[in-house]
Structures are given as structure tokens and as C-alpha cells.
Design a protein around this ligand. Structure first.
Ligand code: NAI
Length: 496
């Protein structure tokens, strides 16, 4: 349980700035380890993940996936007539899920004795945080440690017609617009507007074929929108194993999404009939397409505005991201009692932020805890889902490993046939001599759940042989992992 007094006469042992999936678990873990903790947040608790990202998107996707299943009722020997979409009800369900989870974080803070403070935090010195409240008043907090967990905002796209849009804002601006009913009333969206839409657009052009672009393309295509993805690089989600990108592109195209890779967007202007007109260059030619809405999905950048980090000596400029706060493996910044975690250090994923938050809390409590990114899964919540952990085949070869690959398709599995979800495969990338599993890449039903066998395997440095000896329940989707491991040694029983 949290301490009631802090050490050294300070107000708190730990002040966490930001209550997202990095900040709130960090605050709770520090309290569990006996520290007196405050968490400052100016949006609802839960951050981008709960309010504007993971949870709203996955709830919308849940509705789209259910719609898809109902539309294919006949395949299951069922009839379902007059199937339709009640979009306001769909969005109300999303709101209810978000509210429930946000309330849950508040409850957990109370349970663990974490003080939640509403306002904007700014550093005065390495032991003092000022909180600026909505009414303009301020509160000064003294603390032994500070954790910066302020997340990220959508990256500004420096393209005429988009660069001046009022969409690249922190969460509390998004919250204020949502409350005022002015969010998603324009024609240029980020993911914030896409999870707050008032109606389903007829034509959506998505700029960027990364994870946000693919998830919304799937979602709105499923809701009946004509969707086009414009991706600058030669393939979708270029950091993933190429076989997953290729299969995802095939699946999305089959579902009706138009995908234009090698497409460089050069401008967005007013078009005909009140629509936007999106111009892009491809193969040296310029093309223009209409859009009711343009979704900017070209990455996110660390949010450090107003924190005063330079004044207290915190270095900005991480090796892989010059706008991110630099930290060591204990999550300490250049000022040892100031820690930073999550998107503000360039991490990009909610679960990574959580892991970093726990490491920071443990170090603050005097443990020796270090962060490892070796077994860090990446997931895309399209249908079928995509999930990946460890090295891609290309990365493993670049690192000089003697690589062996095994694959297994879901269509060879009884469970996949029974639930009528046969698309996709599992790919295991292993080192040949000792059989160490280096990476596992899945596109298929429930990929984001079954990837965790592989996450544990990579964390524990398991070999292909150990996984071949592991009994997989039958019938289950996880059998595909067992058989893909067998295939690394050319011995998959059910591979045709
Ligand atoms: P991203 O970096 O994954 O993808 C952006 C894409 O936009 C890239 O493929 C890039 O080549 C393309 N692009 C950039 N400029 C372009 C231009 N001018 N024209 C055409 N294409 C262009 O960024 P994304 O999808 O916006 O996601 C942002 C962050 O949110 C990521 O860190 C991501 O991991 C995280 N996120 C994670 C989710 C998950 O785990 N399921 C869901 C949603 C977001």
C-alpha cells in the first residue's frame, strides 16, 4: 500500500505526469512498492490508449467484425435478414466501453492510494512540478522523483492543405472539442476524429499504410465506406515481415479497400461537390482522387510541449528519435531522479509503455530493473488480425543468423474451418544450428491472442525443438504455432 508520507519532507515520492498506459501502471506499481504517489492528467485518465486509441478502435472493430460474421450467416447455416448499421448506437457502445475503463483507472488509483490531480504538469526544477488547473490556478508539488509519461500527438504532415489543419493537438484539446461537439466536423481527420465520427463517410482517403491506416481502412470499409490507402513506401506496414505485409494487402484488397503503394501525396485542395481532392504522384505521374474525408495516419511524435525539460537539463534526442526524451535502460533521463516512459521516449505501443512504467517504478523503489525489448509484440487489429514478435526474416538474415523458416496455414486447421476463418498463416523464423526461435509472425484469426505463446518463447529463449515437444490443445488455433515450429525442421504433420 502507498505510503502516507513521502521521504525527505517532500509532498510526494513520485509525481507521474500523464495518466495513460505508461503513467497509470507506473503510479500504481510505485504505490504498491510503498511510495507516496501523485499522477497529473488533464484529459480523462487512461491517455490516448483508453480515450482515443486502442480501446475505441478495438470496440469499433468489434462491431465491424460482428457485422461481417452476421453478413456471412449463411456460411454457418443461419439466416439473418435486414442486417444494418445503427452508427450512433455503435459509437455510443464505444463511448460506454471507454467510460467504463476510464472509471476503472480512477477506482484503481483510489484502491492503491494514488492521488489523481487534474491539470497540466510542468517542471520547475528536478524536485518541483507545477500543476496548472483549468481555472488558471496553480498548485506546486515537491517530489523526490518525477516520471514523464506525456505520450504523443499525431505527426504534422507538411503537405499543403493538411499542414495547417487544426488536428495535431494534445489529448485535452481533443477532449474539449469532443465535449463541445466540434470534433470530427471537418474533412481532415486524425485517428482522434476517426474514433469520434458523427456519420460514416462515403469516400475516405487514408494517407499512410501503417497500423493506424490499416485499422481504419478495415473499419470504415466494413461500415460501407469506399476506402483508398495512399502509402509512400512500396508496401503496407514496411517494418513488419514482408510476408505479413503481402498477405495483409491481399486480404484488405479482397475486402474492397483500394491500396496505392509508392504513392507520394503532394496536396489536398477543395474539390467538387463539397469534397476534398487529394493529389499524389505515382510512377512519375500525378493523380487526383476525391474524398469526403482525408485521414492523416502518418505517425505520431513525442509530446513534450510546455514541460520545461530543457530548463531542468533533461536531454531530448534519443538515438532512434530526435524528438524523443533520451533514457537509459532503467528509464532514467539525463537527470537521474527524472524518468520518462512510453510514447514520449518514442516507444509507440501501449503495452511497451506499461512495461517501461513498471521498470521506472521498480527503480524508484530501489530495485534494479532494466527494460528489454526483445520480446515486444506488435499487433494490427484488422480481420484477420496481424501479430508479430522478434526478428523478421530479413532482420534475422541481416544480423548474420543461419536462418530456417517454418510456416503453417490456418486453412489446414480444424478449428479455423469450424469458425469459418481460414485466411492467413504462422511463420516462425529460427536459427538453424540450435533452433532458437528468433521471430514469429502471424496473420490470421485471433493472431493478437495466440502470439503470446511466441512472446513467452522468445522471452525464455526457447528452441523450435522445445515448441515441437509442447502439447497444443486440439482443436485450437494455437496448433498452427506448433505445426509452424515443426515445419522449421520439415516435419509439420498436417502441412499439405
Ligand atoms: P506508422 O509509422 O505505423 O505508419 C505511417 C505510414 O505512413 C508509414 O507506412 C509511412 O511510410 C506512411 N507515410 C508517411 N508519410 C506519408 C506520405 N506523405 N504519403 C503517404 N504515406 C506516408 O504510423 P501510424 O500508423 O500513424 O501509427 C502511429 C503510432 O501509433 C505507431 O507508433 C503505432 O505503433 C501506434 N499504434 C499502434 C496500434 C496497435 O498497436 N495496434 C494501433 C494504432 C496506433
Amino acid at each position: 500500500m502507498a505510503a502516507t508520507t513521502a521521504e525527505n519532507g517532500k509532498d510526494f515520492d513520485v509525481v507521474v505526469i500523464g495518466g495513460g498506459p505508461g503513467g497509470y501502471p507506473c503510479a500504481i506499481r510505485a504505490a504498491q512498492l510503498g511510495k507516496k504517489v501523485a499522477c497529473i492528467e488533464n484529459d480523462n485518465l487512461g491517455g490516448t490508449c483508453l480515450n482515443w486509441g486502442c480501446i475505441p478502435t478495438k470496440t469499433m472493430i468489434g462491431s465491424v467484425a460482428a457485422l461481417y460474421t452476421i453478413k456471412h450467416a449463411k456460411d454457418f447455416g443461419l439466416t439473418a435478414d435486414n442486417v444494418g448499421i445503427d452508427f450512433p448506437a455503435l459509437m455510443a457502445r464505444k463511448e460506454k466501453v471507454v467510460k467504463t475503463l476510464v472509471g476503472g483507472v480512477g477506482f484503481l488509483f483510489k484502491k492503491h492510494g494514488v492521488t489523481a490531480i487534474e491539470g497540466i504538469g510542468t517542471l520547475k526544477d528536478a524536485n518541483t512540478v507545477e500543476v496548472i488547473k483549468a481555472d488558471g490556478s496553480t498548485q506546486m508539488l515537491t517530489t523526490n522523483n518525477i516520471v514523464v509519461a506525456t505520450g504523443s500527438v499525431p505527426a504534422k504532415l507538411p503537405i499543403p492543405g493538411i499542414d495547417d489543419a487544426d488536428i495535431y493537438t494534445p489529448n485535452w484539446d481533443v477532449k474539449a472539442k469532443f465535449a463541445a461537439g466540434t470534433l470530427a466536423t471537418g474533412k481532415i481527420w486524425t485517428s482522434n476524429e476517426a474514433v469520434s465520427a458523427k456519420q460514416i463517410p462515403e469516400e475516405l482517403v487514408v494517407i499512410g499504410g501503417g497500423v493506424i491506416g490499416c485499422e481504419f481502412a478495415y473499419t470504415y470499409n466494413g461500415l460501407g465506406t469506399k476506402v483508398t490507402i495512399l502509402e509512400f513506401l512500396p508496401r503496407l506496414f514496411a517494418t513488419m515481415d514482408i510476408d505479413l505485409s503481402t498477405e495483409l494487402e491481399k486480404v484488405l484488397k479482397n475486402q474492397g479497400v483500394t491500396i496505392r503503394t509508392n504513392a507520394k501525396v503532394t496536396g489536398v485542395t477543395e474539390g467538387e461537390n463539397g469534397k476534398k481532392s487529394v493529389t499524389f504522384e505515382r510512377d512519375g505521374k500525378s493523380e487526383t482522387i476525391p474524398a469526403d474525408v482525408v485521414l492523416v495516419a502518418t505517425g505520431r511524435v513525442p509530446f513534450t510541449n510546455g514541460l520545461n525539460l530543457d530548463k531542468v537539463g533533461v536531454t531530448i534526442g534519443a538515438p532512434k528519435n530526435k524528438r524523443a526524451i533520451a533514457v537509459n535502460e532503467k528509464m532514467q533521463t539525463s537527470v537521474p531522479n527524472i524518468y520518462a516512459i512510453g510514447d514520449v521516449i518514442g516507444s509507440g505501443l501501449a503495452h511497451t509503455a506499461t512495461a517501461e512504467g513498471l521498470v521506472a517504478a521498480e527503480n524508484i523503489a530501489g530495485h534494479h530493473s532494466t527494460m528489454s525489448y526483445k520480446a515486444n509484440p506488435a499487433c494490427i487489429y484488422t480481420e484477420p488480425e496481424v501479430a508479430s514478435v522478434g526478428l523478421s526474416e530479413a532482420e534475422a538474415r541481416e544480423k548474420g543468423h543461419d536462418v530456417k523458416v517454418g510456416t503453417f496455414t490456418f486453412r489446414n486447421l480444424g478449428k479455423a474451418m469450424a469458425i469459418n476463418e481460414r485466411d492467413g498463416f504462422v511463420k516462425v523464423v529460427a536459427e538453424n544450428k540450435y533452433g532458437e526461435i528468433l521471430g514469429v509472425h502471424i496473420i490470421g484469426p485471433h493472431a493478437t491472442d495466440i502470439i503470446h505463446e511466441a512472446v513467452v518463447s522468445i522471452q525464455l529463449e526457447n528452441t523450435v525443438e522445445e515448441l515441437m515437444r509442447t502439447i497444443h490443445a486440439h482443436p485450437s488455433l494455437a496448433e498452427a504455432l506448433g505445426q509452424a515450429n515443426e515445419d522449421v525442421r520439415g516435419m509439420a504433420i498436417d502441412k499439405g
